[in-house]
Write a protein that binds this ligand. Sequence first.
Ligand SMILES: [Zn+2]
Length: 84
Amino acid sequence: MTCQQQHRYDPEFELLPHDQSQFNGRHKCAGCAYDKGYSLGLLKAPSVNIDFESLPNSQAGTVRHRSVQAAFAKGYLDGVLASY
Ligand SMILES: [Zn+2]
């Protein structure tokens, strides 16, 4: 599964650290990780985890080789802030 969403080209993701580590979700879409974190943040989910398997891959745009953890955490924070 490869991500085809427009968020692949969102310049926001250029702020995320680079991460080439396979174990850290390399090739997974940081944009989708952000969206996932955001929706959990909106719900103020008390327990969160990053399900790498469910994230689509991405080989394109600004999300390529970006830290999936940082994207997820930023999404969670933004979601929590948006819930107030
Ligand atoms: Zn995506």
